[in-house]
Design a binder for this molecule. Structure first.
Ligand code: GLN
Ligand code: ZN
Length: 748
């Protein structure tokens, strides 16, 4: 028996990677300096894993931005214009990830999508008739060599060809099949070259196997791998995660893999598949330590699961890459009775070793300690809340009158122009904003000083929004550090880490709060600043809330009650806030469900019964009691709900805004086809990039939207909040946005 992990967090114990990358973007350090820092980070991480006693250490799990982009870049799957632009290789890579606008040219960022059911986002490549797949990159080899220099014969990791094909876009008339052969040949070259450098294993990540697979998918997979595995010179680990491989298990065990990695946490069905049916000539990489959540492993349960498998040759591993959990709980300041329940990435390494020791009969003390931890009563239950949730009826989830009637009433009361303009909520969180919040925390400024600062920010931005002629204003969310943490701080049952950062995309990290106990609203959360903002202007200022599903999905959830129950607790808390805002004169309330899709099961057959059947009503519970004249908006990040459009309509919001610009507005066809009722603001420009869209570009986008959605239903807005942007680009972009809306309005 041995131990390994699928991948380690890359951002660094103190987010060193983020800060270095941002310095490099700002040209404060040179390319060489930047590369040296990233090399040091990798070294530290390898040492960390090695020191914990993990037997086989992955490499190339590190990435400067995203692993999927790394694989595409390695194999020259890049847009044509990037080949000719006069930038260094590193800058070309970043140009694909985040766009480039400068003297050398203008490159749009590639689309970005959610990575399966996580809050990580990957970069989507596109295959076109110009795509010329060839092994031009060196990253995977360089990092293998780097680890070797440190005395570590690592197991290089790469996103597998099947998953790369499944996650990519294709130019019209082309599909995955057209590229499978060339791609297989290129991967084969990677295998060969790695073997010649001394690699013993390679880990090929194929998480796409846990989704529903068609017979064509299975054939494609078999076609790729029977070729790729023929005369291989190194051992191949086929790694999956986030679910089970029920559609392809029997084929997997027939192929010539040396190891198969299966998720035993999120894919309990894998356990049934493996039982008494795992080939003796392969190693089972048993994903038993949860790679996504931060609670301590329950050893007794894990041991029972492992025993159940009936497999001798086990490698103990994590259920997914540790990318999804923070680096270590060592730097946290929780009380010992709290801290002992958590295991972040570094602590999970220890758990693997302890489980191994127990299995080898050398770890009785670990088992005893773990048993007593789980035997303790952690929290005392809020019985009143449980009773309230049990007593909810259909009426609690239903807003009246129905949408169509409300829409007419609201058009009458709000009298907004055609194609009303608005933004998603936040304005740039500049250094000054972050600094003063940090100072408040340290007691270096008083609450009054802080409030004056925030109040002035709000006033300035309200004035400016009026000046440029936006129709529905926002206060800018300057008082919020984060759209979930800010709410959690006013809810009971929440805990916050100091340094629990997890990568969301590229240089962007999030610090998910921890749901520790039962959740109730302890005090009004947003009323003060929303009411203040509304007092400053005659225009309507939207109230801004985070919805219950998103609060849940962007927190580390409890494992001792169901997600449904936890979400309903949060929904009741946010319902109080909605009604409070309404009472205080807020007439439009946006309830963000940025992360609604996040926990959507990966298999369609599970969508409703395991998720949407409670998640959608939870949102309705929040707004079901508001007046017909109060307009409820919602916002979703990423337009990946093409396939759940009817469910989105059932949120029964009055208006929804969503990302669209970076996904080619594909969703519009579906909105039309499904006769979508809710008014919509498909984002007209990409806020994830500093690029400024021109009036012409935005006008064109609005025109495209209007070919699919009736003009009375269309709102004009950016595709997400603007907190990560700088002020100049934000203002320039919004000036162009309002101008474009005004121009198009004239056509009616
Ligand atoms: N209202 C939030 C903001 O503007 C929404 C953020 C999000 O969708 N991620 O920042
Ligand atoms: Zn968003």
């Amino acid at each position: 028996m041995t131990t390994t992990i699928i991948g380690f967090p890359r951002i660094g114990e103190h987010r060193e990677l983020k800060f270095a990358t941002e310095k490099y973007f700002r040209k404060e350090i040179t390319e060489d300096e930047f590369k040296q820092i990233t090399k040091d980070i990798r070294k530290k991480h390898w040492k960390e894993v090695e020191d914990a006693g993990i037997d086989i250490i992955p490499s190339n799990d590190f990435s400067l931005y995203d692993n999927t982009l790394d694989a595409a870049f390695l194999l020259n799957i890049v847009p044509k214009e990037i080949e000719t632009i006069d930038l260094s290789n590193l800058d070309k890579y970043f140009a694909l990830a985040r766009g480039y606008q400068g003297e050398k040219g203008d490159i749009k960022a590639l689309p970005m999508k959610k990575w399966f059911n996580t809050n990580y986002h990957y970069i989507v490549s596109k295959f076109t008739k110009d795509t010329n797949i060839k092994l031009t990159g060196t990253k995977i080899f360089d990092e293998f060599a780097e680890a070797k220099e440190l005395g570590i014969t690592s197991r290089p990791v790469i996103v597998g060809p099947f998953t790369l094909l499944k996650l990519s876009d294709y130019a019209e008339g082309l599909s995955a099949k057209d590229f499978a052969k060339d791609l297989t040949a290129a991967y084969k070259e990677i295998f060969t070259r790695l073997a010649s450098f001394g690699a013993e294993w390679i880990q090929v990540d194929e998480p796409s196997l846990v989704k529903d697979l068609s017979p064509e998918d299975i054939n494609l997979f078999k076609e790729i791998y029977s070729e790729l595995l023929a005369d291989k010179k190194l051992k191949v680990l086929l790694q999956t995660y986030f679910g089970d491989v029920r559609d392809i298990y029997s084929q997997l065990i027939d192929l010539d893999f040396d190891g198969i990695g299966l998720d035993l946490v999120e894919g309990p069905k894998n356990i049934e598949l493996i039982k008494d049916n795992f080939p003796a000539d392969k190693k089972l990489f048993a994903g038993i330590v949860n790679g996504k959540y931060i609670w301590k492993n329950n050893y007794q349960n894990s041991l029972a699961t492992l025993e159940d498998l009936g497999v001798e040759d086990l490698v103990l591993t994590t259920s997914s890459s540790l990318l999804h959990v923070p680096y270590t709980s060592e730097n946290e300041k929780f009380e010992p009775e709290v801290l002992e329940h958590f295991a972040f990435a570094k602590e999970k390494l220890k758990e693997l070793k302890e489980l191994e020791a127990i299995l080898k009969g050398e770890g009785q003390e670990y088992l005893d300690q773990n048993k007593s931890l789980f035997a303790k009563e952690r929290i005392s239950k809020n019985q009143e809340l449980a009773t309230k949730i049990d007593g909810l009826t259909e009426a609690d989830f239903t807003r009246l009158p129905a949408f169509a009637e409300r829409e007419a009433i609201q058009k009458e009361v709000f009298k907004l122009p055609l194609l009303p303009t608005t933004t998603i909520g936040s304005f740039p969180q500049t250094k000054e904003v972050k600094q003063i919040r940090a100072k408040l925390k340290k007691g270096e400024v008083s609450q009054e000083e802080y409030d004056t600062f925030i109040g002035d920010q709000i006033k300035d931005w309200l004035n400016w929004q009026e000046e440029i002629g936006l129709d529905v204003l926002v206060h800018g969310e300057f008082e919020r550090n984060d759209m979930v943490e800010y709410f959690g701080q006013n809810l009971s049952g929440y805990l916050f880490s100091q340094n629990g950062w997890v990568q969301s995309y590229g240089t962007r990290g999030v610090k998910p709060p921890i749901i520790w106990g039962d959740v109730v609203r302890e005090r009004p959360i947003t009323v003060k600043w929303s009411a203040y903002a509304q007092e400053q202007t005659d225009k309507i200022v939207k109230g801004m809330l985070t919805g219950p599903v998103t609060i849940l999905n962007w927190s580390f959830p409890r494992e001792d009650i169901s997600l449904r129950e936890s979400t309903l607790q949060i929904a009741l808390a946010i319902q109080e806030e909605v009604l409070d805002l309404e009472k205080n004169g807020i007439r439009i309330i946006q309830i963000d469900e940025a992360a609604l899709r996040e926990k959507l099961p990966l298999r369609k057959s599970d969508w409703f019964k395991e998720y949407l059947d409670w998640a959608i009503p939870a949102f309705r519970l929040v707004h079901s009691k508001v007046d017909e004249k109060t307009q409820i908006h919602t916002h979703m990040c990423y337009s990946e709900f093409t396939d759940i459009i009817p469910a989105i309509d059932q949120l029964d919001a009055d208006v929804i805004s969503f990302e669209a610009s970076r996904s080619n507005l594909d969703i519009l066809d579906e909105l039309k086809a499904k006769n979508f009722q809710t008014e919509v603001g498909p984002g007209v420009y990409d806020i994830h990039s500093p690029r400024i869209p021109s009036v012409e570009e935005i006008t064109k986008t609005i025109h495209t939207i209007l070919t699919k959605v009736p003009v009375e239903k269309v709102w004009v807005n950016p595709d997400c909040g603007l907190k990560t942007r700088g002020i100049p680009e934000t203002r320039a972009s919004l000036v162009n946005l309002t101008q474009a809306a005004k121009d198009v309005r004239k056509e009616y």
